[in-house]
Design a protein around this ligand. Structure first.
Ligand SMILES: Cc1cc2nc3c(=O)[nH]c(=O)nc-3n(C[C@H](O)[C@H](O)[C@H](O)COP(=O)(O)OP(=O)(O)OC[C@H]3O[C@@H](n4cnc5c(N)ncnc54)[C@H](O)[C@@H]3O)c2cc1C
Length: 393
C-alpha cells in the first residue's frame, strides 16, 4: 500500500524543496543561535532580535509560497487534507533545519478558531496572520487553571457597549511577540454551565501587559505571562459567539493533538537516523558499538515505537479526513507518540555518550522538547483520562 496519496506526495516534495532552498540558508546564517539555549537569548530568556526576525522571515516566505496555512479551508488559502498536513508537520520535524517547523502555522498563526471571525475581524486581524505579516497567541492557561481550563478566574463583563476584562494568563506561546492575543474569559458564572459562559476576545498588543517570560526547557522563551487589568474592548472584539469559546476550541482539540504527535514522530525519525548511523561508525573495544546488543536493541525499540506511532498518526489523520471525531484515536496517538519520542530521544542520546549530553546537542534539545510535548495540548494524564472516558469509565 502506498504510504501517501499523490497529492500528499506532491505537497511533501514541494515543501521539502522549499525548506532546502529557502529556509535552510536562513538557519545556516544563524548557526548555533537557533539550537544552543545559551545563545540567541535576551536577558529574560526570550529569543533575541536576530532569531525573532529569522522566524518572521520564514513565516512570510512560507505564507507567500502557500505552505504556512494550507491546513485551513480553501476560502482562506488552504484546503489540503489532514493526512497531507500530518505528513508536512512530520517532515518539518524530521528535517535537520531547525527553522523548518516555523514554515507551518503553530499557536502563533492562523488556527481554526480564527475562522469564527466576522468579515471585519477577518480583514483586520486574520488576513495579516494568514499572510505571515502578523502573529497572534491563544491565551487560555492561567496561574490557577491549566488542564482544568473551565476553572479559569479571568472574567469579562459588559459595561455599556464595552467588555471589561480582568485576569492573568501564563505560558502563552508567542505572547511576548504577538500583535494581538485571543483571550479566554468567563462571561457568566460556572454554576450556569461550566463549559458554557466562556468567551474569546481579541486584545491588541498595547492593551495588555506582558508581565514575564516563561522559559521552558527545550529552547523555550517563546511563552509569556499576561495581565489584563480593567482592559476595555468594544463588542466588535468578541471572537465567535458569546459564551461558546470553550466549545469552539474543543472542536479543534483533535487537530492539535495530531499536530503535536506528528512533531514527535518526525523528531524521533530524525534522531533514529543519527542513532543508527553513529552506532555503525563509533567504535569501542575494537568494534562498532552497534555490535553490542544493548545498544542495538535500544535503537531497535525506538524504531518500533516510532513506526507504530506513525501508523497511528496516519490512521488518525484519515479518520479526521472522513469527518470523524477521532477523540480517542488522537488521545492515544498524542500520548503514544510523545512518550515514544521521550524514550527514543533518551536511547539515542545514550548511544552518543558524552557528545549527546552537550548543551545544545540535537539529542539534549529533543529530550527536553519531548518532555514539553508530554505536557502541552493535554498532559499525559489528561490523554489517558480521555481514553478511559471514551471507554465508559
Ligand atoms: C511550552 C509550553 C507552551 C504552552 N503554550 C500554551 C498556549 O499557547 N496557550 C495556553 O493557553 N496554554 C499554553 N501552555 C500551557 C499548557 O497548556 C498547560 O501547561 C497544560 O494544559 C497543563 O496545565 P498546568 O501546567 O496548569 O498543569 P495542571 O493542570 O495544574 O496539572 C498538573 C499535573 O496534574 C495532572 N492533572 C491535572 N488534572 C488531572 C486529572 N483530572 N487527572 C489526572 N491528572 C491530572 C496533570 O496531568 C499534571 O501532571 C503551554 C505550556 C508550555 C509548557
Amino acid at each position: 500500500m502506498a504510504e501517501y496519496d499523490e497529492e500528499t506526495r506532491l505537497v511533501l516534495d514541494a515543501f521539502e524543496s522549499f525548506i532546502d532552498e529557502e529556509i535552510a540558508p536562513i538557519a545556516a546564517d544563524l548557526g548555533d543561535r537557533l539550537t544552543d539555549p545559551r545563545l540567541g537569548r535576551e536577558q529574560d530568556g526570550r529569543p533575541d532580535e536576530t532569531v525573532v526576525e529569522a522566524v518572521e522571515t520564514v513565516r512570510r516566505r512560507a505564507a507567500d509560497a502557500g505552505f504556512y496555512a494550507m491546513n485551513l479551508p480553501e476560502p482562506v488559502g488552504g484546503g489540503v487534507s489532514k493526512l497531507t498536513w500530518y505528513a508536512v508537520k512530520k517532515a518539518a520535524a524530521a528535517h535537520d533545519c531547525p527553522l523548518a517547523g516555523r514554515a507551518l502555522a503553530g499557536p502563533e498563526g492562523p488556527k481554526p478558531l480564527l475562522l469564527d471571525a466576522t468579515d471585519d475581524q477577518h480583514d483586520q486581524y486574520v488576513e495579516p496572520v494568514l499572510a505571515g505579516e502578523q502573529s497572534t497567541a491563544f491565551a487560555q492557561t492561567e496561574p490557577g487553571a491549566g488542564s482544568d481550563s473551565p476553572g479559569m478566574a479571568t472574567t469579562a463583563h459588559k459595561e455599556g457597549d464595552e467588555w471589561v476584562i480582568d485576569g492573568h494568563k501564563q505560558w502563552i506561546t508567542n505572547a511576548p511577540f504577538a500583535d494581538f492575543v485571543q483571550v479566554f474569559a468567563r462571561t457568566s458564572p460556572a454554576e450556569e454551565g461550566r463549559y458554557d459562559g466562556i468567551t474569546c476576545f481579541i486584545v491588541e498588543r498595547d492593551e495588555f501587559e506582558l508581565t514575564g517570560v516563561n522559559n521552558a526547557i527545550g529552547l523555550g522563551g517563546w511563552q509569556g505571562e499576561l495581565a489584563f487589568d480593567d482592559v476595555r474592548v468594544p463588542e466588535t472584539r468578541v471572537l465567535g459567539e458569546v459564551g461558546n469559546a470553550f466549545r469552539s476550541a474543543m472542536a479543534f482539540l483533535s487537530l492539535g493533538r495530531l499536530e503535536l504527535g506528528a512533531e514527535a514522530v518526525g523528531t524521533a525519525e530524525r534522531l533514529l537516523d543519527s542513532g543508527f548511523s553513529y552506532a555503525r561508525d563509533r567504535e569501542a573495544f575494537g568494534r562498532p558499538i552497534g555490535d553490542f546488543q544493548q545498544v542495538s536493541a535500544a535503537l531497535a525499540r525506538g524504531k518500533a515505537r516510532t513506526y507504530a506511532a506513525d501508523a497511528a498518526g496516519k490512521r488518525c489523520a484519515r479518520r479526521l479526513d472522513a469527518g470523524e471525531r477521532a477523540v480517542e484515536d488522537t488521545s492515544i496517538f498524542k500520548w503514544f507518540a510523545t512518550n515514544a519520542l521521550w524514550e527514543t530521544a533518551d536511547s539515542v542520546l545514550q548511544t552518543h555518550g558524552a557528545t549527546g549530553l552537550a548543551e545544545g546537542s540535537e539529542f539534549a534539545n529533543a529530550l527536553a522538547r519531548a518532555r514539553v510535548l508530554r505536557v502541552v495540548e493535554g498532559t499525559d494524564e489528561i490523554q489517558l483520562n480521555t481514553i478511559a472516558k471514551e471507554n465508559g469509565l
